[in-house]
Design a protein around this ligand. Sequence first.
Ligand SMILES: [Cu+2]
Length: 429
Amino acid sequence: MGWEGHVTSEPWRGISFHNLKFKDERILYEMSLQDQFVAYSGIQSVGQSYYYDATYQLGGEEFTLRGVCFFEDHQGATTSWRHFDYEDEETSSARDRGIRNYEFVVRTVASVGNYDYMYDIRFQLDGEIRVLVFMAGYMQNTFFDDQWNLTKNDLKFGTRTHEKTLSNIHDHLTSWKLDFDINGTSNSFHKTTLRAGTYDEIFGVGSTPSYASPTSVYKYKDDQTVATEQGWKVTGGEPSIFTISNDAVKDQWGNSKSYGIFIQYTAPQLLPDDHPLLQAAAWTKYNIAVVQRTENESASSTDYFDAHSPMAPITSLDNFMNGQSIVEQDLVNFVSMGIIHVPRTEDIPLISNIGSEFQIKPINFFPQLASLDIVESDNFEACVPRQGAGEFDYVWNGEGNNYQYSKAAFTLSNPLPQAPPVQVFETAG
Ligand SMILES: [Cu+2]
């Protein structure tokens, strides 16, 4: 499918890829999991004399043998591309064309305390990689008693999920290192911000051409080549595209050969930047950070040591961002993504999968869609029933062409197996 590289699982950090190539071109020198951060909210008050701050950080991860698996996922994948050709009157050529988007999946599981973290790295046919983290496990709770005034304020910090149980708000943040090499190591970093404005606002007062309305508003992009090491939160109101490029290599249209980082969904670090905990977890402050590659800045945190001396960490991403140039340099990105978990009663007794995702994808890297070299199928079916699943009957309850009252219902003609009925045993006497 065009991808090749080395994969290993490091004891302290987990899954790690090196020399990732797509169609013989190196995209990443390294892509590796760095750290997983969880901080709970709330003050546990017991009586009037004993308080403790229910906030802590987990550094390092536990891995089991056979902890990495590889498979091709056809079922969960969408189409890589599809197109319906409308019928040509002369040739009757109406047809569906397309290819299915198989994903090659590398999956690993880290069991950290009460949670299991599942990481999927999904390689696609078009040169894109999806990186997902899903969490499942059981909630870490604190004591709650609604009869006891001392704990009633705790509802602000979580959700009451059982008789004496408060499940506290917390976050799950994951750090990834992305050491891109786009057409070699002389790379630059661009932040393209999307805005809306009038012609005058975009190009300067008096620049609106006579044929355009001075009040019309246009969407446009502001491309900024970032000069020095920097980090951003991406959850503001300013949509931006982050790309790494070799600006010396242009295509015939003048575009730089690039790869982009797209965070699909993430939570920000809510704690203030100067919070003591964040001295040892500075990477959680930035969803995307870019630094010059430096040999002694190889990871965004330091295994167990930072957890035990959080105020004087050995490693801090803040210290990596010390003003070095990132124009035409070997660059490293640190991506952090995750969720803020607001517990619900359905998280008891076990939490079903929650998580987030980022993607890296080619931006003007290839002259055209990279998966076009895969043979397309005619009469392409976008929907393929899952093997072993029941057949669906489509029941049309509508009245002919009376669209206003048309209704449709779906029923399973081959119902999923039911759980066996509960047996009741009567006791003698
Ligand atoms: Cu959680």
